[in-house]
Design a protein around this ligand. Structure first.
Ligand SMILES: [Zn+2]
Length: 68
């Protein structure tokens, strides 16, 4: 059985492989950002890139914004 562990890019804690962040970090980002990230449309990949870029620059979780 594969051991599907994944690391949260923000806190380095454990997260579910299908999630971008662990639940603790996910709850810290603005609701509008969470809603946008949950939308699956043509801009979905762009939003994920926006999120990753901001995590890399250490933008505080509560200030992260993505393409609407
Ligand atoms: Zn985390």
């Amino acid at each position: 059985m594969p051991n599907a562990r994944a690391t949260c890019p923000s806190c380095q804690g454990e997260k579910l492989p299908s999630h971008y962040l662990c639940l603790t970090c996910w709850r810290k980002i603005p609701e509008a950002t969470r809603k946008a990230l949950n939308r699956r449309d043509a801009a979905a990949f762009r939003r994920l890139s926006d999120l990753r870029e901001q995590l890399r620059r250490n933008v505080p979780l509560n200030e992260i914004q993505v393409t609407p």
